[in-house]
Design a protein around this ligand. Structure first.
Ligand code: F7E
Length: 346
Protein backbone atom coordinates (compact mmCIF):
# COMPACT_ATOMS: atom_id res chain seq x y z
CA UNK A 1 0.00 0.00 0.00
CA UNK A 2 1.26 3.48 -0.89
CA UNK A 3 2.08 5.45 2.23
CA UNK A 4 0.55 8.90 2.58
CA UNK A 5 2.20 11.90 4.23
CA UNK A 6 0.81 15.31 5.09
CA UNK A 7 3.28 18.20 5.32
CA UNK A 8 2.46 21.63 6.75
CA UNK A 9 4.98 24.22 5.62
CA UNK A 10 5.59 22.37 2.33
CA UNK A 11 6.48 25.62 0.53
CA UNK A 12 9.37 26.31 2.91
CA UNK A 13 12.98 25.13 2.72
CA UNK A 14 12.49 21.97 4.77
CA UNK A 15 9.06 21.20 3.34
CA UNK A 16 10.40 21.25 -0.20
CA UNK A 17 13.32 18.91 0.59
CA UNK A 18 11.05 16.60 2.59
CA UNK A 19 8.50 16.44 -0.24
CA UNK A 20 11.30 15.46 -2.64
CA UNK A 21 12.55 12.78 -0.26
CA UNK A 22 9.12 11.27 0.38
CA UNK A 23 8.23 11.26 -3.33
CA UNK A 24 11.52 9.50 -4.04
CA UNK A 25 10.49 6.86 -1.49
CA UNK A 26 7.17 6.28 -3.26
CA UNK A 27 4.90 8.20 -0.86
CA UNK A 28 1.78 10.08 -1.83
CA UNK A 29 2.48 13.58 -0.49
CA UNK A 30 -0.11 16.15 0.55
CA UNK A 31 0.95 19.69 1.35
CA UNK A 32 -0.97 22.41 3.15
CA UNK A 33 -0.44 25.87 1.72
CA UNK A 34 -1.82 29.27 2.71
CA UNK A 35 -3.69 31.25 0.13
CA UNK A 36 -1.89 34.41 -0.94
CA UNK A 37 -2.43 36.88 -3.74
CA UNK A 38 0.98 35.98 -5.14
CA UNK A 39 2.21 32.46 -5.80
CA UNK A 40 4.43 31.08 -3.04
CA UNK A 41 5.29 27.65 -4.42
CA UNK A 42 8.60 28.45 -6.13
CA UNK A 43 10.52 25.91 -4.01
CA UNK A 44 8.27 23.03 -5.10
CA UNK A 45 7.39 24.04 -8.65
CA UNK A 46 9.98 21.59 -10.00
CA UNK A 47 7.94 18.78 -8.38
CA UNK A 48 4.79 19.76 -10.26
CA UNK A 49 2.51 16.94 -11.31
CA UNK A 50 -0.81 17.31 -13.07
CA UNK A 51 -3.27 16.50 -10.25
CA UNK A 52 -5.65 14.99 -12.83
CA UNK A 53 -3.11 12.40 -13.92
CA UNK A 54 -3.57 8.91 -12.42
CA UNK A 55 0.19 8.93 -11.68
CA UNK A 56 0.02 12.12 -9.59
CA UNK A 57 1.44 11.68 -6.10
CA UNK A 58 1.77 15.28 -4.92
CA UNK A 59 -1.30 17.29 -3.96
CA UNK A 60 -1.67 20.74 -2.43
CA UNK A 61 -4.54 21.91 -0.26
CA UNK A 62 -5.40 25.32 1.10
CA UNK A 63 -5.28 25.46 4.87
CA UNK A 64 -3.74 27.31 7.78
CA UNK A 65 -2.56 26.36 11.25
CA UNK A 66 -4.87 29.03 12.68
CA UNK A 67 -7.93 27.24 11.23
CA UNK A 68 -8.58 24.15 13.35
CA UNK A 69 -11.82 23.12 11.62
CA UNK A 70 -10.07 23.05 8.25
CA UNK A 71 -7.31 20.89 9.71
CA UNK A 72 -9.85 18.36 10.99
CA UNK A 73 -11.44 18.21 7.53
CA UNK A 74 -8.09 17.77 5.79
CA UNK A 75 -6.91 15.07 8.18
CA UNK A 76 -10.17 13.16 7.78
CA UNK A 77 -10.11 13.35 3.98
CA UNK A 78 -6.44 12.55 3.47
CA UNK A 79 -6.10 9.97 6.27
CA UNK A 80 -2.28 10.17 6.25
CA UNK A 81 0.16 7.63 7.71
CA UNK A 82 2.61 10.38 8.65
CA UNK A 83 2.13 14.06 9.50
CA UNK A 84 5.06 16.51 9.49
CA UNK A 85 4.35 19.83 11.17
CA UNK A 86 6.90 22.19 9.62
CA UNK A 87 4.73 25.31 9.34
CA UNK A 88 5.55 28.26 11.60
CA UNK A 89 6.43 31.92 11.81
CA UNK A 90 10.05 30.86 12.07
CA UNK A 91 12.06 34.09 12.10
CA UNK A 92 13.42 34.83 15.58
CA UNK A 93 13.94 38.60 15.04
CA UNK A 94 10.45 38.95 13.54
CA UNK A 95 8.94 37.15 16.54
CA UNK A 96 9.83 40.17 18.71
CA UNK A 97 7.76 42.36 16.36
CA UNK A 98 4.89 39.88 16.00
CA UNK A 99 4.84 37.93 19.27
CA UNK A 100 1.11 37.26 19.28
CA UNK A 101 1.00 36.02 15.69
CA UNK A 102 4.06 33.87 16.43
CA UNK A 103 2.30 32.36 19.46
CA UNK A 104 -0.87 31.72 17.45
CA UNK A 105 0.93 29.84 14.65
CA UNK A 106 4.24 28.51 15.97
CA UNK A 107 2.70 27.61 19.35
CA UNK A 108 -1.05 27.04 19.21
CA UNK A 109 -0.89 25.86 15.59
CA UNK A 110 0.69 22.64 16.85
CA UNK A 111 -2.10 21.79 19.26
CA UNK A 112 -4.66 22.53 16.56
CA UNK A 113 -2.96 20.00 14.31
CA UNK A 114 -2.55 17.40 17.07
CA UNK A 115 -6.16 17.87 18.08
CA UNK A 116 -7.23 17.57 14.43
CA UNK A 117 -5.43 14.20 14.24
CA UNK A 118 -7.31 13.05 17.33
CA UNK A 119 -10.72 14.42 16.34
CA UNK A 120 -10.50 13.02 12.82
CA UNK A 121 -9.67 9.65 14.40
CA UNK A 122 -6.59 9.26 12.19
CA UNK A 123 -3.95 6.71 13.17
CA UNK A 124 -0.74 8.38 12.07
CA UNK A 125 2.78 9.18 13.20
CA UNK A 126 3.39 12.85 14.00
CA UNK A 127 6.61 14.84 13.59
CA UNK A 128 6.96 18.21 15.33
CA UNK A 129 9.63 20.63 14.11
CA UNK A 130 11.27 21.55 17.40
CA UNK A 131 14.38 23.68 17.48
CA UNK A 132 17.69 24.44 19.16
CA UNK A 133 16.12 27.81 20.06
CA UNK A 134 14.53 25.92 22.98
CA UNK A 135 17.96 25.91 24.66
CA UNK A 136 18.39 29.66 24.23
CA UNK A 137 20.51 30.85 27.13
CA UNK A 138 21.62 27.38 28.30
CA UNK A 139 25.30 26.99 27.36
CA UNK A 140 26.47 24.36 24.83
CA UNK A 141 26.89 21.54 24.10
CA UNK A 142 23.15 20.82 24.05
CA UNK A 143 21.52 17.39 23.83
CA UNK A 144 18.09 15.85 24.49
CA UNK A 145 18.59 16.17 28.29
CA UNK A 146 19.79 19.78 28.37
CA UNK A 147 17.40 22.15 30.17
CA UNK A 148 15.52 24.65 28.02
CA UNK A 149 15.74 28.43 28.41
CA UNK A 150 14.17 30.11 25.37
CA UNK A 151 15.06 33.74 24.69
CA UNK A 152 12.47 34.97 22.19
CA UNK A 153 8.72 34.84 21.52
CA UNK A 154 9.64 32.29 18.85
CA UNK A 155 11.49 30.09 21.35
CA UNK A 156 8.65 30.47 23.89
CA UNK A 157 6.07 29.40 21.26
CA UNK A 158 8.22 26.43 20.22
CA UNK A 159 8.61 25.26 23.81
CA UNK A 160 4.82 25.07 24.09
CA UNK A 161 4.77 22.99 20.90
CA UNK A 162 7.51 20.73 22.22
CA UNK A 163 5.62 20.01 25.43
CA UNK A 164 2.18 19.66 23.88
CA UNK A 165 3.64 17.09 21.47
CA UNK A 166 5.10 15.12 24.37
CA UNK A 167 1.83 15.45 26.26
CA UNK A 168 -0.20 14.04 23.36
CA UNK A 169 2.29 11.17 23.16
CA UNK A 170 1.82 10.37 26.84
CA UNK A 171 -1.90 11.19 27.23
CA UNK A 172 -3.22 9.60 24.05
CA UNK A 173 -0.52 7.08 23.25
CA UNK A 174 0.24 8.85 19.98
CA UNK A 175 3.44 8.23 18.03
CA UNK A 176 4.36 11.92 18.27
CA UNK A 177 7.99 13.06 18.31
CA UNK A 178 10.07 16.22 18.46
CA UNK A 179 13.01 16.69 16.12
CA UNK A 180 15.20 19.25 17.90
CA UNK A 181 16.99 20.60 14.85
CA UNK A 182 19.92 22.99 15.04
CA UNK A 183 20.23 25.60 12.28
CA UNK A 184 20.06 24.03 8.84
CA UNK A 185 20.56 25.98 5.65
CA UNK A 186 20.70 25.58 1.88
CA UNK A 187 20.30 27.56 -1.33
CA UNK A 188 16.55 27.38 -0.58
CA UNK A 189 16.90 29.12 2.80
CA UNK A 190 14.69 32.19 3.28
CA UNK A 191 16.50 35.38 2.27
CA UNK A 192 16.41 37.06 5.68
CA UNK A 193 18.14 34.33 7.69
CA UNK A 194 21.76 35.19 8.23
CA UNK A 195 23.48 32.60 6.03
CA UNK A 196 21.36 33.29 2.96
CA UNK A 197 21.47 37.03 3.56
CA UNK A 198 25.27 36.76 3.46
CA UNK A 199 25.54 34.48 0.42
CA UNK A 200 23.08 36.56 -1.62
CA UNK A 201 25.01 39.70 -0.75
CA UNK A 202 28.30 38.04 -1.74
CA UNK A 203 26.80 37.17 -5.13
CA UNK A 204 25.47 40.70 -5.64
CA UNK A 205 28.73 42.36 -4.50
CA UNK A 206 30.84 40.07 -6.70
CA UNK A 207 28.59 41.00 -9.65
CA UNK A 208 29.06 44.70 -8.89
CA UNK A 209 25.36 45.18 -8.09
CA UNK A 210 25.70 45.93 -4.36
CA UNK A 211 28.37 47.62 -2.26
CA UNK A 212 27.43 47.12 1.39
CA UNK A 213 26.00 44.40 3.57
CA UNK A 214 24.43 45.58 6.85
CA UNK A 215 24.63 43.08 9.69
CA UNK A 216 23.88 42.67 13.40
CA UNK A 217 25.78 40.59 15.97
CA UNK A 218 28.76 38.86 14.34
CA UNK A 219 29.81 37.09 17.56
CA UNK A 220 26.83 34.73 17.66
CA UNK A 221 27.85 31.07 17.33
CA UNK A 222 25.68 28.50 15.55
CA UNK A 223 25.84 24.87 14.49
CA UNK A 224 24.97 25.09 10.79
CA UNK A 225 24.13 21.95 8.82
CA UNK A 226 22.72 21.24 5.37
CA UNK A 227 18.90 21.13 5.26
CA UNK A 228 18.73 18.45 2.56
CA UNK A 229 20.39 16.02 5.00
CA UNK A 230 18.19 16.98 7.96
CA UNK A 231 14.92 15.94 6.31
CA UNK A 232 16.28 12.38 6.11
CA UNK A 233 16.67 12.52 9.92
CA UNK A 234 13.05 13.69 10.30
CA UNK A 235 11.82 10.76 8.26
CA UNK A 236 13.96 8.29 10.22
CA UNK A 237 12.44 9.53 13.50
CA UNK A 238 9.02 8.43 12.23
CA UNK A 239 10.33 5.01 11.15
CA UNK A 240 11.76 4.21 14.63
CA UNK A 241 10.20 1.50 16.77
CA UNK A 242 9.43 3.81 19.67
CA UNK A 243 8.42 7.49 19.64
CA UNK A 244 11.38 9.47 20.97
CA UNK A 245 12.77 13.00 20.64
CA UNK A 246 16.09 13.54 18.84
CA UNK A 247 18.65 16.30 18.32
CA UNK A 248 19.93 16.75 14.75
CA UNK A 249 23.11 18.82 14.51
CA UNK A 250 26.64 18.74 13.15
CA UNK A 251 28.29 19.16 16.56
CA UNK A 252 30.53 21.96 15.21
CA UNK A 253 30.60 25.63 16.15
CA UNK A 254 30.94 28.51 13.67
CA UNK A 255 30.50 32.22 14.38
CA UNK A 256 28.60 34.55 12.07
CA UNK A 257 31.96 36.29 11.46
CA UNK A 258 33.57 33.00 10.35
CA UNK A 259 30.67 32.24 8.02
CA UNK A 260 31.03 35.74 6.53
CA UNK A 261 34.73 35.24 6.01
CA UNK A 262 34.33 31.88 4.25
CA UNK A 263 31.53 33.15 2.01
CA UNK A 264 33.36 36.33 0.95
CA UNK A 265 36.67 34.47 0.50
CA UNK A 266 35.00 32.00 -1.82
CA UNK A 267 34.15 34.85 -4.19
CA UNK A 268 37.63 36.38 -3.84
CA UNK A 269 36.33 39.25 -1.65
CA UNK A 270 37.38 40.61 1.75
CA UNK A 271 34.37 40.85 4.05
CA UNK A 272 35.77 43.80 6.03
CA UNK A 273 35.58 45.92 2.85
CA UNK A 274 31.84 45.42 2.52
CA UNK A 275 30.20 44.73 5.89
CA UNK A 276 28.69 47.48 8.05
CA UNK A 277 26.88 47.31 11.36
CA UNK A 278 23.18 48.12 11.70
CA UNK A 279 21.56 47.83 15.12
CA UNK A 280 18.19 47.03 13.50
CA UNK A 281 19.48 43.49 13.16
CA UNK A 282 20.18 43.06 16.86
CA UNK A 283 17.64 41.21 18.98
CA UNK A 284 16.36 42.43 22.38
CA UNK A 285 17.76 39.18 23.82
CA UNK A 286 20.32 37.18 21.88
CA UNK A 287 21.10 33.48 21.87
CA UNK A 288 24.89 33.49 22.07
CA UNK A 289 25.87 29.93 21.26
CA UNK A 290 24.10 26.79 20.05
CA UNK A 291 26.20 23.67 19.45
CA UNK A 292 24.37 20.38 19.31
CA UNK A 293 25.36 16.92 20.43
CA UNK A 294 23.81 14.59 17.83
CA UNK A 295 25.11 11.30 19.32
CA UNK A 296 21.66 9.89 20.09
CA UNK A 297 20.54 10.31 16.45
CA UNK A 298 23.76 8.70 15.26
CA UNK A 299 23.39 5.74 17.65
CA UNK A 300 19.69 5.06 17.27
CA UNK A 301 18.83 6.37 13.80
CA UNK A 302 22.17 5.96 12.03
CA UNK A 303 21.92 9.64 11.02
CA UNK A 304 25.02 11.82 10.73
CA UNK A 305 25.58 15.25 9.18
CA UNK A 306 28.18 15.20 6.42
CA UNK A 307 28.18 18.80 5.18
CA UNK A 308 29.71 21.35 7.56
CA UNK A 309 29.56 25.15 7.65
CA UNK A 310 32.51 26.00 5.33
CA UNK A 311 31.29 23.67 2.57
CA UNK A 312 27.73 24.87 3.11
CA UNK A 313 28.81 28.51 2.70
CA UNK A 314 30.51 27.61 -0.59
CA UNK A 315 27.48 25.64 -1.87
CA UNK A 316 25.22 28.60 -1.08
CA UNK A 317 27.52 31.23 -2.61
CA UNK A 318 27.84 29.18 -5.81
CA UNK A 319 24.05 28.77 -6.02
CA UNK A 320 23.38 32.47 -5.46
CA UNK A 321 25.99 33.52 -8.01
CA UNK A 322 24.51 31.15 -10.54
CA UNK A 323 20.96 32.39 -9.81
CA UNK A 324 22.06 36.00 -10.19
CA UNK A 325 23.68 35.26 -13.53
CA UNK A 326 20.43 33.66 -14.72
CA UNK A 327 18.09 36.45 -13.68
CA UNK A 328 20.26 39.50 -14.24
CA UNK A 329 19.54 42.52 -12.11
CA UNK A 330 16.32 41.68 -10.34
CA UNK A 331 16.21 39.31 -7.39
CA UNK A 332 12.44 39.54 -7.52
CA UNK A 333 12.61 37.47 -10.70
CA UNK A 334 13.95 34.51 -8.72
CA UNK A 335 10.51 34.08 -7.17
CA UNK A 336 9.26 33.26 -10.65
CA UNK A 337 5.85 32.24 -11.82
CA UNK A 338 4.15 29.41 -10.06
CA UNK A 339 3.10 26.67 -12.42
CA UNK A 340 0.18 25.45 -10.35
CA UNK A 341 -2.51 26.36 -7.93
CA UNK A 342 -3.78 24.04 -5.24
CA UNK A 343 -7.12 22.39 -5.49
CA UNK A 344 -9.71 24.57 -3.78
CA UNK A 345 -11.65 21.53 -2.73
CA UNK A 346 -9.80 18.37 -1.87
C1 F7E B 1 17.30 26.77 14.79
C2 F7E B 1 16.76 28.15 14.50
O1 F7E B 1 17.52 28.71 13.42
C3 F7E B 1 17.07 29.96 12.95
O2 F7E B 1 17.13 30.95 13.95
P1 F7E B 1 18.38 31.93 14.15
O3 F7E B 1 19.51 31.15 14.73
O4 F7E B 1 17.90 33.11 14.90
O5 F7E B 1 18.75 32.27 12.63
P2 F7E B 1 19.27 33.57 11.89
O6 F7E B 1 19.91 33.08 10.67
O7 F7E B 1 18.19 34.58 11.73
O8 F7E B 1 20.33 34.20 12.91
C4 F7E B 1 21.50 33.51 13.30
C5 F7E B 1 22.40 34.42 14.13
O9 F7E B 1 22.90 35.45 13.28
C6 F7E B 1 22.85 36.70 13.94
N1 F7E B 1 22.84 37.79 12.97
C7 F7E B 1 23.78 38.76 12.84
N2 F7E B 1 23.44 39.63 11.90
C8 F7E B 1 22.25 39.19 11.40
C9 F7E B 1 21.42 39.68 10.36
O10 F7E B 1 21.70 40.71 9.73
N3 F7E B 1 20.28 38.97 10.10
C10 F7E B 1 19.95 37.82 10.80
N4 F7E B 1 18.83 37.15 10.48
N5 F7E B 1 20.74 37.34 11.79
C11 F7E B 1 21.87 38.03 12.08
C12 F7E B 1 21.58 36.60 14.77
O11 F7E B 1 21.56 37.57 15.80
C13 F7E B 1 21.66 35.16 15.25
O12 F7E B 1 22.43 35.10 16.42
C14 F7E B 1 15.64 29.84 12.46
O13 F7E B 1 15.56 28.88 11.43
C15 F7E B 1 14.73 29.40 13.61
O14 F7E B 1 13.44 29.14 13.08
C16 F7E B 1 15.30 28.19 14.27
O15 F7E B 1 14.57 27.34 14.74
Amino acid sequence: MTKKALITGITGQDGSYLAELLLSKGYEVHGVIRRASTFNTSRIDHLYQDPHSPQARLFLHYGDLTDGARLVTLLGEIDPDEVYNLAAQSHVRVSFDEPEHTGATTGLGTVRLLEAVRRAGVKCRFYQASTSELYGATPPPQNEDTPFYPRSPYGAAKIYSYWITRNYREAYDMFAVNGILFNHESPRRGETFVTRKITRAVAAIAAGKQEWLYMGNLDAVRDWGYAAEYVEGMWRMLQAEEPEDFVLATGRATSVREFLETAFDHAGLTWQDHVRFDDRYLRPTEVDALIGDPSKAEDKLGWKARVHAPELARIMVDADREALECVGTSWIDTVGESVWAPETAA
